[in-house]
Design a protein around this ligand. Sequence first.
Ligand code: GDG
Length: 478
Amino acid sequence: MGRLVVVSNRLADPRKPAAGGLAVALGEVLRNTGGLWFGWSGAIVDDARAAEGSLRIQQAGAVTLATIDLCREDHDAYYAGYSNGVLWPVFHYRLDLANFDDHDVEGYRRVNRLFARQLVPLLRPDDVIWVHDYHLIPLAAELRAAGCSQRIGFFLHIPMPPSQIFAAIPQHEWLTRTLFAYDVVGFQSRADLGHFAGHAGCDAVAKRANEHRLEAFGRRLHAGAFPIGIDVDEFERLGRGKEARDAYVTTRDEYARRRLLIGVDRLDYTKGIPQRIRAFRELLTHHPGNRHSATLIQIAAPSRESVEAYAGIRIELERLCGAVNGDFGDLDWMPVRYIHRNVARRRLPGLYRAARVGIITPLRDGMNLVAKEYVASQDASDPGVLVLSRFTGAAEQLTEALLVNPYDIRGTAEALQQALAMPLAERQARHDALLGHIREYDVHRWCADFLGALDPPLAQALGHHARERRRRATAPPA
Ligand code: GDG
């Protein structure tokens, strides 16, 4: 069995529970193959020479973690500039927020070249390489240029926009060409896959041999939809832990006379948080029975504060929440609890469970794992209702949620009212179906399906380990 090498912008220590489901799942596969995880350390150093000599290798159990630092100029152009100032907004259909600057794309190329240069000496001939996300689109092309012939796959965690939007990026042809250096390219949804296939047909004049096989630039590419999931078992375990139970009991008792709605997001303009606050305001306006009763807890974890486009959203949200509380609140009732802080991961399942409605309404999202975490945290005998934006990858699977158009403030408010008034039997039936989906398409299935397309022998060997894990998890204690 070959070794798995994961490459991503940042990496997480898979042994730490705070790392999240993705790190747990990748960590498991990496452990079982004695694999390597390579990425940026998060440190910014003074000059390019210091970055060049910064490779650090540590052992995390059976997994090797290899990191490099970036110099300030490269970081600003690659991370804040091209990745988060061009690719993130455009891939989320926000051309208005994109800041096209030739200087940034040069930095993006430089860092991808640096990643390749530092990674190549660590590689073995039978390694299988899995590259993650928009920061590293041209990495395989750089690795191929350096002589790598290993199998290389790429997974895009964010949406793939339609060709008319993608083509606004001045370097769209180059990006498309570099994607053909991979053997497998994975997307979150069938819609995203369709957009890519359509675009490759224009940009690369790709021939589509079948649903998944595209040919261009003398290379064959397998393109597929691999919807990411959560580690449902791990999340349920977290939910049984002390911190989650405490968070549940405290929240339930504090809001005993209220019905709670909850939103949990990174503070990002793609997540539709201002629209959500407006919809909640609309709910209080048109359904006054919710006054003194419904409370929205909105957790907005700080994110990318160095990127220009994020500056305004914090101010806008504070203003919107302040206005709802000022206009509707009373001495004994604050309609919106807005928390601009990171909440410990171990507490999240308790908060989700205490809320009658999970309100997940991004304007555009590759998948959205919070929606799945909310479902996994519910008490099946008295579950809450998921109100979900139709513009998330998750909506392609979670059709038993109340699907809304987040731009339609009145429509979203009506869905909130429907959720708050939903009878128990309907809540149970919807929850049962949703839980079935998230169990079937969990993060382990995502890993197995992607690796199955990239390297079938590796996936087969890992399948054996996964069966062992399940057997151990379900075996009665000795
Ligand atoms: C990208 C794509 C895709 C949030 N607030 C806190 C916190 N979180 C955790 C959630 C969840 C994760 O962060 C967010 O995941 P999402 O999927 O919702 O969104 P992105 O961060 O934008 O992720 C997305 C994902 O990649 C995976 O492919 O689904 O579409 O944009 O796990 O629980 N965690 C803690 N405190 C918080 O305050 N601890």
